[in-house]
Design a protein around this ligand. Sequence first.
Ligand code: DSN
Length: 412
Amino acid sequence: MNFENLKNTDPEVYQAIQNEIEREQNNIVLIASENYTSPAVLEVQGSVFTNKYAEGYPCKRYYGGCEYADVVENLATERARKLFGAEHVNVQPHSGSQANMAVFFSVLKPGDTILSMSLSHGGHLSHGSSVNFSGVFYKIVSYGVNRDSGYIDYEEVRRLALAQKPKLILVGASAYSRSIDFKVFADIARETGAYLMADIAHIAGLVAAGLHPSPVPHADFVTTTTHKTLRGPRGGMIMCRAEFAKVIDKTIFPGIQGGPLVHVIAAKAVALKEALTPEFRDYQAKVIQNAKKLAEELVGRGFKIISGGTDNHMMLVDLTNKDITGKDAEIALGQARITVNKNVIPYDERSPAITSGIRLGTPCVTTRGMGSAEMTEISDMISSIIENNNDPEKITRLMQKAQSLCVKFPIY
Ligand code: DSN
């Protein structure tokens, strides 16, 4: 896209976009929840579908002129059903949080109990944090990871479920690097009479590619975002058993949303088509290979990884033996053009604003074509930056190294 019109209409926004293109191109992005969506997806998000109101669902709209909105929503829904093998799909959630809210509002009443993974152990804000609607409306009981192994403590989940009788058990994480056993969660939910909901926002691409076990056969509800490993537009999606189709659709619209973002739904359709290709499966396999390699190389350089490694696209690095906080590591790496986020580690003694860890993920670097050799190079840079974070000259030299790598691997 050349933004020729924008250049004249709004030079300030035009300039911000040019700067963002340059930032994305010239930084090694290791943020586990980000990706570079395809040019086709970008085109569709900038299309005339942004002009259209289409409250309702295909063939049951509250506005005229929805025939083409129906086409793209039906395509998105059908492709998602095929990709994930889901009985019912709603592609209208504007975000992952709204997808989660819709599930809660469909089957829970305020004050009901949810058993979910603690945010401080790798869960998500919308899974019951006290500063989020989920923690305000519902009684939250949290499970976490085992202090020694770093793996989800399935026995604790079972014990808490039996003792607290939650109405809904929520499985899913934004900072957990191990494969999740959805069947165990389903068994616990069945045993305790709870609904089972899985939030696969982070791992959706891996699940779609068959490289992480799918929760779809086990869970009543599966929510996701579409922009992380799935590499689509920024947005949300809900999959559920057929028996919940009506209540989920009603909760999304008119329950919590108005007009759907038809341009985003059209872009979801395109991304889901891309996700059905063999190339997409290969990409996801490389994301995992790169994450494993990066973790291995970091361990070789004396870094501690929570749980000792990774089965998916990301890892949590424990910096307690490196004499640097997560916050300072994020800043130092950023100065050398490696973009990461500080992240609490399980049982962290520091606050979320400081943290003792950083979270690293490989979806972005893999999309731009980097592989095993680059993971070695990046781990070397990370190690040197952390070791020399107070030496501006060394940081500048490392920044130049990062820059040369970025030039070799254009984002588009
Ligand atoms: N904040 C996102 C992440 O980075 O994991 C999840 O919503």
